[in-house]
Ligand binder design. Structure first.
Ligand code: NAP
Ligand code: ZN
Ligand code: ZN
Length: 345
């Protein structure tokens, strides 16, 4: 089946219309008419080849919500007309230890929604900047019915990527939690940490985001460029989630952790960050990373958001505005997630 999409042809050309082929619906597949797709900074890193390993043409997009158009004969969980979501993964081996433990994101054979080998077509997977997608039912998520659909799309990556490390680190009532960077991931981190009962402190480089940070649920906001403001928080955090997409000084945050505190890096700057090991050794602090979350946990996060009425704060854009949105992401000018209205394609 042919479907229209937006792709880049090289690392330096803009996203532009491109027709792609989707596979026929197999027995365990769900065909989805895509209604909305979020714009993640990972889409930008990938299309511009910043991490290496991008295959062109590349159709990004892994924050997908849409309506079921067709299901295979073995699919009983979904039916035509259901609203569903697809996140960063569309398949995995299903048998390795990681898959068995519902941690498909760490499977050696994870098939990511875009830029992964596609065993069905022999090419690469194409993501959600398109009209339609065919996905195995095991990787299709149920969307809480009462949530705004466009504002739910970002939960499929920004939501799970922040929820998973907050849960893994047992963030709970009364803990002091920092969120570094108030972009797509960061603003979801604030909402989720707040819903888990934490005292939330936002670190931002953008003075025009201070009021919003409070509105989103932060208890305190720190201008991370101001050394005096930073100093007030020395040795005080249980947990810090770093969502920054560009090079920055992580040592400035490590020293804000209390004894045994953890800083988890989810932002993926293309360049290496430098580590002053003293910031770890004093206070027995730790530094970790975290990658999205498994399918089971993604469903748990969606249900949690349904229960707490949590969605993203979005700026809905037309497909044709996506290159402009990328330019704005690079300037940290995002409030707080661009979501593409696929009806415009
Ligand atoms: P985003 O919306 O562009 O937000 C990034 C934020 O980081 C900006 O809004 C800005 O916040 C801050 N920032 C940007 N440049 C900075 C700089 N030079 N110094 C200090 N702060 C800076 O991006 P996103 O979609 O949230 O993604 C963030 C990162 O997470 C990306 O690298 C992305 O690839 C990665 N990611 C990782 C995973 C995972 O599984 N680990 C999943 C999804 C995305 P302020 O204006 O508040 O300073
Ligand atoms: Zn993403
Ligand atoms: Zn596996």
């Amino acid at each position: 089946m042919k479907t229209s999409a937006y792709a880049v042809q090289t690392a330096t050309t803009p996203l532009a219309p491109f027709n792609i082929q989707r596979r026929d619906v197999g027995h365990s597949d769900v065909e989805i008419d895509i209604l909305f797709c979020g714009v993640c900074h990972s889409d930008l890193h990938t299309v511009r080849g910043e991490w290496g390993g991008t295959t062109y043409p590349c159709v990004p997009g892994h924050e997908i919500v849409g309506r079921v158009a067709k299901v295979g004969k073995d699919v009983h969980k979904f039916k035509e007309g259901d609203t569903v979501g697809v996140g960063c993964m569309v398949d995995s081996c299903r048998t390795c230890a990681n898959c068995q433990e519902d941690l498909e994101q760490f499977c050696p054979d994870t098939i990511f929604t875009y830029n992964s080998p596609d065993k069905h077509t022999g090419g690469v997977t194409y993501g959600g900047y398109s009209k339609s997608i065919v996905v195995d039912t095991a990787f299709v998520l149920e969307i809480p019915k009462h949530l705004d659909l466009a504002a739910t799309a970002p939960l499929l990556c920004a939501g799970i990527t922040t929820y998973s490390p907050l849960r893994h680190n047992n963030v709970s009532k009364g803990q002091k939690v920092g969120v570094v960077g108030l972009g797509g991931l960061g603003h979801m981190g604030v909402k989720l940490a707040k819903a888990l009962g934490a005292h939330v402190v936002v670190f931002t480089t953008s003075s025009n985001k201070v009021e919003d940070a409070i509105r989103l649920g932060a208890d305190e906001v720190v201008n991370s460029k101001n050394a005096d403001e930073m100093k007030k928080h020395l040795n005080s955090f249980h947990f810090i989630l770093d969502t920054v997409s560009a090079p920055h000084d992580i040592n400035a945050y490590l020293i804000l952790l209390g004894r045994d505190g953890n800083l988890t890096q989810v932002g993926v700057p293309p360049e290496p960050l430098s580590l002053n090991v003293g910031s770890l050794i004093f206070g027995r602090r730790s530094l970790s990373g975290s990658l999205i979350g498994g399918i089971k946990e993604t469903q748990e996060m969606l249900d949690f958001c349904g229960k707490h009425n949590i969605t993203a704060d979005i700026e809905l854009i037309q497909m044709q505005q996506v290159n402009e949105a990328y330019d704005r992401l690079l300037k940290s000018d995002v409030k707080y997630r661009f979501v593409i209205d696929m009806a415009s394609l």
